[in-house]
Write a protein that binds this ligand. Structure first.
Ligand code: SF4
Length: 166
């Protein structure tokens, strides 16, 4: 079941979109009950599902929908903004030759994702290690996953740069 779903990024992004919409609708209730309390309830489910579906490493800042429904933390170098220079000619990882490069798969998947596929071009901020082993869903609702290190400024995406007048 999980393996079957892994190969269906179009369906996965739809599932993500539906879950995200529901999460935002439930935010007032979650805030009333308490984020910490709700996190204790949902984290086991989140961990179980994402480990099996995506090989989740529990970074707490989920960007799956922006990376072709592939977990970027599966990359042995934990790269969140595209591949390193070591991708083999067969599209496999230089560190783990038996594994396809996370970013090759992300690119292929993004082509099949009409909703979030374009987000592959977004520049991701450095990962905040302080959020490791916390619920990415709760961090989304509280905005904790959007906090970036002081002095970090998001570079314009390649698409935005191209559309700027000369
Ligand atoms: S929470 Fe982080 S480690 Fe887990 S699937 Fe999402 S991006 Fe990957």
């Amino acid at each position: 079941m999980f393996r079957w779903l892994r190969k269906r990024p179009t369906l996965l992004e739809k599932m993500y979109q539906t879950t995200e919409k529901a999460a935002w609708k439930l935010t007032p209730l979650v805030a009333r009950v308490g984020y910490a309390r709700v996190e204790r309830l949902i984290r086991p489910v989140e961990d179980f599902t994402k480990e099996r579906l995506f090989g989740c490493h529990h970074c707490g800042q989920c960007i799956l929908h922006s990376t072709g429904m592939v977990c970027p933390m599966e990359c042995p170098k934990n790269l969140r903004n595209g591949p390193c220079g070591g991708v083999r000619s067969n599209g496999h990882c230089e560190v783990k030759p038996e594994m396809r490069c996370v970013w090759v798969v992300a690119y292929e998947n993004a082509q099949k994702m009409p909703i979030y596929g374009h987000e592959l071009a977004h520049i991701q901020p450095p990962v905040n290690r302080q959020l490791e082993n916390t619920s990415a869903w709760i961090n989304l609702l509280t905005g904790a996953d959007k906090q970036v290190p002081a002095g970090w400024a998001q570079a314009p995406s390649p698409a935005a740069t191209q559309s700027q007048p000369a």
